[in-house]
Design a protein around this ligand. Structure first.
Ligand code: ACO
Ligand code: ZN
Length: 226
């Protein structure tokens, strides 16, 4: 029976035609000319953007067996700032952010996770803030909730309504789809806490996430409770 089920699943996938590119991570229908065209375009741009050739001066703020984290500051050489911007744009596209500007670009610190294949597979942008809204844990969903109740719950769930003192705001965190759940996001945040303030260490409470996505909420909730 297991073999039969497998056959059915395979047939279903073939009909649907969804393929995930092993290099750029794009999911597309290989049967569609249009999709193939879009993939070819995305593929090249994506790999160009995350390619990391290495710089004369790299501000390495963390070293791991599978990569390193480089900090890019607004006054760094053009090539460094441009790479940070290229990767941020990839992340923004995926997050659906429309506006290209940061709240205060001259203050933003960009952390790039470069893997051993010399690809930027993670990006985190941190900014100084005075207050933030803490990400709260998801409450148990009650069965007979009205839609309004749910929406209210949902809204309250993503962020507490009372502003709390925070020092570091994470306005973007992104990890390449094929490199997720390997602790890259966690390691980038740990590194921010150790290096954001000169000579100081930030607690988890001093970090705030702005407008987290569903992925971001799950990640932030897990990160804050551990
Ligand atoms: N679903 C459930 N739990 C998750 C998820 C998820 N999608 N992502 C992370 N977690 C939890 C898990 O408990 C995980 O531990 P585990 O893998 O041992 O179970 C823990 O968080 C740590 O995960 P990491 O591996 O450190 O996180 P990762 O490197 O995968 O990065 C991130 C997480 C950045 C959210 C990634 O999924 C991503 O880039 N998503 C798309 C972009 C996005 O939505 N970014 C957040 C936007 S919000 C903002 O920028 C302020
Ligand atoms: Zn591809």
């Amino acid at each position: 029976a297991e073999a039969d089920d497998q056959l059915i699943i395979d047939a279903g996938q073939k009909q649907f035609g969804a393929t995930t590119c092993g290099s750029c991570g794009m999911i597309y229908s290989a049967d569609s000319l249009e999709d193939n065209f879009q993939h070819t375009q995305f593929h090249k741009r994506f790999l160009d953007s995350i390619k990391f050739v290495g710089w004369k001066k790299e501000r390495v703020v963390a070293d791991f067996w599978d990569g390193k984290i480089i900090l890019v500051l607004p006054d760094d050489p053009k090539y460094a700032v441009r790479k940070a911007e290229d990767v941020r744009q990839l992340a923004d596209n995926e997050l659906g952010f429309q506006q290209v500007s940061l709240s205060c670009p001259s203050q933003a610190k960009t952390y790039l996770f470069v893997n051993s294949d010399r690809m930027v597979v993670g990006c985190l942008i941190a900014e100084h803030i005075r207050q933030g809204f803490r990400v709260l844990e998801q409450p148990e969903q009650t069965k007979d909730m009205t839609k309004e109740d749910f929406m209210e719950h949902h809204r309250v769930w993503c962020c507490s309504t009372t502003p709390e003192k925070a020092i570091c705001g994470v306005s973007r965190i992104w990890v390449f789809s094929l490199a997720r759940r390997k602790g890259i996001g966690t390691r980038m945040l740990d590194t921010v806490r150790n290096s954001f303030m000169y000579g100081g260490h930030l607690t988890k409470e001093e970090i705030a996430f702005s407008d987290p996505t569903p992925d971001g909420k799950l990640f932030a909730t897990k990160y804050c409770e551990t």
